[in-house]
Design a protein around this ligand. Structure first.
Ligand code: AMP
Length: 210
C-alpha cells in the first residue's frame, strides 16, 4: 500500500508512520529526515536546504522532488511506502502524479494550532537515527537516550516556538490545500489526533482497513 501522511508539523505524522510500518512492514520516507541526514554529512543538498529549514520555510520543490524520485526508485519501496512530510505543496503532489506513483490513501492527522506549539516544545529527536520522542507523550526508556540506537535525544532547532509559528503559517498556506487536492481524487481520510498515541493509531489503522 502507498500511503501519504498529511498534517501540520507536530501533528504526530512521524509517530504514526512508525506504527503503520510495524503493521504493514513498509518503509517510511521522511523528506525532513533525509534532509537532516544530508545536512549532518555536509552534502551540497544539505547545505542548500539549511537556511530554509532553520527559518521554518520550505525547501524548494525541485530539491525535495529530486530526493523523492531517487528514494522511491529503491528496492524496498516496491511493496509500498509511507510518505511523511511529502508532498507539502501542490506542485510536489503534481510531480508525484506525473511520476506515475499510485497513491492508495492519504491520511490527514488534524491537531488544532493551539495544541501544536505545546506538543512541539516537548518533542525530542535522536540525533543519530532521527527517531522521534516526546517528554510527555512518548518517553524513551532512559531519559535523553534513543531506545533504538542509544543516540542522544535533542530538540530540533526548528522546534523552537518562534520557528514553529512560521512553520504553521507555511503549513496553512502551502500544504493545507493538498487536502482538497486529494479529496477530489477520493483518497483523503481525516483523523482527529487524540491525546493518547495509541488512540490515534487505532483511528489511522481503521481508515487504512488493516
Ligand atoms: P519535517 O521533519 O517533516 O518537519 O521537515 C523539516 C523541514 O524540512 C521543513 O520545515 C522544511 O524546511 C524541510 N522539508 C521537509 N520536507 C519538505 C517538503 N516536502 N518540501 C519542502 N520542504 C521540506
Amino acid at each position: 500500500m502507498n500511503i501519504i501522511l498529511l498534517g501540520a508539523p507536530g501533528a504526530g505524522k512521524g509517530t504514526q508512520a512508525e506504527k503503520i510500518c510495524e503493521y504493514l512492514n513498509i518503509p517510511t520516507i521522511s523528506t525532513g529526515n533525509i534532509i537532516r541526514a544530508a545536512l549532518k554529512s555536509g552534502t551540497e543538498m544539505g547545505l542548500k536546504a539549511k537556511s530554509f529549514m532553520d527559518a521554518g520555510k520550505l525547501v524548494p520543490d525541485d530539491v525535495v522532488i529530486g530526493i523523492i524520485k531517487e528514494r522511491l526508485a529503491e528496492n524496498d519501496c516496491q511493496n509500498g511506502f509511507i510518505l511523511d512530510g511529502f508532498p507539502r505543496t501542490i506542485p510536489q503532489a503534481e510531480a508525484l502524479d506525473a511520476m506515475g506513483v499510485q497513491i492508495d490513501k492519504v491520511i490527514d492527522i488534524e491537531v488544532p494550532d493551539e495544541n501544536i506549539v505545546a506538543r512541539m516544545s516537548g518533542r525530542r529527536v535522536c540525533e543519530k537515527c532521527g527517531a522521534s520522542y516526546h517528554l510527555e507523550y512518548k518517553k524513551p526508556s532512559k531519559d535523553g537516550v534513543c531506545d533504538l540506537c542509544t543516540g542522544a535525544l535533542v530538540q530540533r532547532k526548528d522546534d523552537h516556538p518562534d520557528t514553529v509559528l512560521s512553520r504553521l503559517k507555511v503549513y496553512h498556506e502551502e500544504t493545507e490545500p493538498l487536502k482538497d487536492y486529494y479529496q477530489k481524487q477520493g483518497k483523503l481520510a481525516i483523523v482527529e489526533g487524540q491525546e493518547e498515541i495509541a488512540d490515534t493509531t487505532a483511528l489511522v489503522l481503521k481508515e487504512l482497513e488493516v
